[in-house]
Each structure stands twice: as C-alpha cells, then as structure tokens.
Design a protein around this ligand. Structure first.
Ligand code: IMP
Length: 192
C-alpha cells in the first residue's frame, strides 16, 4: 500500500521510512510534487495533525498521515504546547524558545513536563489518532549538544541525561514520536 507522510521534513521522512513494515511504500510530499505550505491554524496538537492529513487526503484521495508535536509544561498550564515551534515569536528560533521557558520557570519548583506527538492517519477516508507521550522534568540550565528544540532542558523520567545528551538512536527508542509511530504501525499491520 502507498502511504503519504504529509511532512516537508526530510529527516522525519527518512526516520519513519526505516521503521515502516515492508508492505507500506512511504511517499513524501516531494515524491508527489506537493510543495505548498500547509498552515497550522488549529489550537491543539491533535487539530493540526488532522488538518495536515485532511488537506493531503482531500487533494490526493490517497492514504496518508501527518504528525504534530509539542512540549507541555505543567506549571505553565500546558504551554508552549501547540505553539512550541514559535514560542518566542517569528522567525522560529529554538534557542530563544528554550530561554523563554527557562525564564518563565525561574524560581518555580514544579518542573514537570511532557512531550506529546499526535499522528493523524487517514485510510480510505477513515481517521485514526495515535498519541505518544513522554514524561519528564525541565532542568534549570541547558545540558548536551544533540537533538533540537527543547532537548537540552528536558530530562525524561527514569533517565539521568537530557534528550540532548542521548544519541539519536537512544532518543528515538523512547521518544514521544517513536511511541506514536509504534501505535500507528500496529494499526497499519492490522488493517484488513
Ligand atoms: P513538530 O510538530 O514535530 O515539528 O514539533 C513542533 C515543535 O515542538 C518543534 O519545533 C520543537 O520546538 C518542539 N519539539 C517537538 N519534538 C521535539 C523533540 O523531540 N525535542 C525537542 N523539541 C521538540
């Protein structure tokens, strides 16, 4: 079965491709010559994942999925959440986002947070939402040089290192994205 991944991010497409069952032929947006930007206008992570998947399904009538992720911090009522990529404003800047979070949490004792990914899958018009969550804490200063986004300030529960101190393989076995992907793959494996 052909399945479109509604993402312009080449690294994500490669990572997901390597984990797909052999019965799935994964196509990227560039494989189908779709170069438009899909604006993420919804106010939730679920909403944006569905919006992107529905846009591609409506245009192509092909089976597809899209993902959306964010960091949700308890003491900030779930912020930055759906606005994680541009928390400190335009243009998108990982360092400024992370510094904004550290500033907002300075002096605050409750450092609990979680990363969440939602993958919205559409198969023959039927929609499925697959969620992956990893709980952890926000430390008070950056540690580690790997990864991206908020990785240097997030320590997953049960781990002594930040996401940015783990190598890609270690992170991608426990990450929110990996968990959502596992759920989606099990749906794909059980399709009739
Ligand atoms: P996306 O929907 O996967 O593009 O993620 C949106 C934003 O959430 C990113 O730009 C990052 O700021 C943040 N984010 C998502 N996943 C991660 C992660 O694994 N590590 C660090 N930051 C992340």
């Amino acid at each position: 079965m052909k399945l479109i991944f509604a993402s312009q991010n080449k690294n994500k497409v490669l990572e997901v491709k390597s984990l797909m069952p052999p019965s799935i032929e994964l196509l990227s947006l560039s494989d189908i010559h779709f170069n438009e930007d899909i604006e993420e206008t919804e106010s939730t992570i679920e909403g944006n994942a569905l919006l992107k998947a529905r846009t591609i399904y409506t245009k192509t009538q092909m089976n597809c999925f899209a993902d959306d992720s964010g960091l949700l911090i308890d003491a900030l009522d779930g912020s930055p959440g759906v606005y994680s990529a541009r928390y400190a404003g335009e243009p998108k800047n990982d360092e400024a986002n992370l510094q904004k979070v550290l500033h907002q949490l300075s002096g605050i004792e409750n450092r609990k947070a979680h990363f969440k990914t939602v993958m919205a899958l559409i198969i023959n018009g039927k929609e499925f939402l697959c969620e992956g969550i990893i709980n952890g804490t926000i430390i008070s200063a950056k540690k580690g040089a790997n990864g991206f986004g908020y990785d240097p300030i997030f320590v997953p529960n049960g781990c002594s290192k930040t996401f940015a101190e783990l190598d890609l393989k270690e992170k991608s076995t426990i990450s929110h994205r990996a968990l959502a992907l596992q759920k989606m793959i099990s749906i794909l494996n059980n399709l009739e």
